[in-house]
Design a protein around this ligand. Structure first.
Ligand code: HAM
Length: 427
């Protein structure tokens, strides 16, 4: 009886070579652009102590209360697969005393994140982010620079028609005043809509502004907004940032209802959205988190960053996106070896190694088969040149070289085939 087929767990996906090529290209573009802005790569662990995320992201957030992959390891420690990278990068920044270096620390990281969310289009349980963080100043010029870099990257990978939503969610002084006013308003407006909602509003009234429930939209439209409560510092920060963005030619929409789902944010927050993504419409989210480094035991360090969701990015770039641009990313096979008979098969292994040693991309048939079936495989490989090896060729110290584009075949000395192909393919 056939064994039952094993499948991947719900909410994860395989990235097959065709798509992986586009991923690599997007990553390559990110590396190139981020380097121009002075960012260095950091690779942080995929799992951390649970406490890092509960303290960093916030105990009452959806991520921490519902979505973390948490388990006890064999030593009894509570471990969590990282749901995002910002907390880990801040931990690494503190642990490795990166603050001791002068200036702003600019770091980026790429890799998988894990959230136990309900899977749907554009929402996975293992997904991937390109994350950039800049730590060390509260100057709004840094906010602007981070946004310039983000928009330059999104444009470079071919995204158009995006909307940059911008807000300032206040600081430790003005946000609590706003939150209290919002709570008062929401308590009145949502009375009778259930104990569960009342409890959620009580815990964090700002989260209500993020509600996708159509019944809430009208209430949200009448709710007080943070800009009415900004203190001088927040207003100045926002105005200065807007001026920088205007001067840099970056278009944005002021969205006073944008709150974001992680607790570490203060002042600037932003999201880049696309109508083409459906319900999960954010391709990138970010903002300031001036208190997080200190919360994790480091010195006071204002900071800002963003994370781009790779799956959503590539969903938007589609087939015409990064990685469809030709040879530099595609690496097609150049030479394919067809071998007829036992000694030719053995020789094919040696010849393929020899060609690869010369820097050529070579492949061969495995498992023999007729000339016709092997030629079919050679054709499918897309290789320009096919080498045919049979007993006659081996005995004569030659190979038959077929140019698939010209439909021509010639005999070449076995000893000189490497030079011959290099001259043709690498001239
Ligand atoms: P976030 O908004 O939670 O922010 O996630 C950033 C992006 O990751 C989202 O805009 C989305 O594109 C993608 N994403 C999130 N969850 C999923 C999912 N389940 N499936 C597919 N894609 C997803 C953060 O993670 C912050 N750490 C960003 C940041 C960096 N803020 C400051 N620095």
């Amino acid at each position: 009886m056939a064994r039952q087929k094993l499948t991947a767990v719900r909410g994860v996906k395989d990235i097959l070579p065709e798509e992986a090529r586009r991923w690599s290209e997007a990553e390559r573009v990110a590396r190139e652009i981020f380097a121009r802005y002075g960012y260095g790569e950091i690779r942080v662990p995929t799992f951390e102590r649970t406490e890092l995320f509960s303290r960093g992201i916030g105990d009452s957030t959806d991520i921490v209360t519902k979505e973390m992959y948490t388990f006890e390891d064999k030593g009894g420690d509570s471990i969590t697969l990282r749901p995002e990278a910002t907390a880990s990068i801040c931990r690494a920044y503190v642990q490795n005393s990166l603050y001791a270096q002068a200036g702003v620390a600019k770091l980026f990281c790429m890799g998988p994140m894990f959230r136990y969310e309900r899977p749907q289009a554009g929402r996975y349980r293992q997904f991937h982010q390109i994350d950039a963080e800049a730590l060390g100043t509260d100057d709004p010029a840094l906010d602007a620079e981070v946004i310039f870099m983000l928009m330059e990257f999104l444009e470079a990978v071919g995204l158009a028609g995006l909307s940059l939503q911008l807000n300032n969610i206040g600081d430790a002084e003005c946000r609590p005043v706003y939150a209290a006013a919002l709570l008062e308003f929401l308590k009145k407006e949502t009375a009778g809509m259930g104990a569960d909602l009342a409890e959620r509003i009580e815990r964090n009234p700002l989260r209500f502004l993020d509600s996708k429930d159509p019944d809430h939209a009208e209430i949200i439209s009448r709710a007080p907004t943070i800009d009415q409560y900004w203190n001088k510092r927040c207003r100045n920060h926002f105005d200065t940032l807007c001026r920088h963005l205007d001067r840099g030619g970056v278009r944005y929409e002021r969205n006073p209802a944008l709150v974001r789902g992680l607790d570490y944010y203060c002042l600037t927050v932003f999201e880049v959205t696309s109508e083409d993504l459906g319900a999960q419409n954010a391709v990138c989210g970010g903002g300031r988190y001036d208190g997080l480094v200190e919360e994790l035991g480091g010195p006071p360090t204002p900071a800002i960053g963003f994370a781009i969701g790779m799956e959503r990015l590539l969903q938007l770039t589609g087939k015409a996106g990064p990685g469809t641009g030709g040879e530099s990313v595609e690496y097609p096979i150049e030479v394919f070896i067809v071998a007829l008979g036992e000694s030719a098969e053995a020789e094919s292994l040696t010849l393929a190694s020899e060609l690869r040693g010369r820097g050529l991309r070579a492949d061969r048939t495995f498992g023999g088969g007729s000339m016709k079936s092997q030629m079919k495989r050679a054709d499918r490989s897309g290789a320009r040149y096919v080498i045919v090896l049979g007993d006659d060729e081996i005995a004569g110290g030659v190979v038959a070289l077929r140019d698939m584009a010209e439909s021509q075949q010639e005999k070449i000395e076995r000893a000189g085939i490497g030079d011959h192909l290099c001259a043709r393919l690498r001239a």
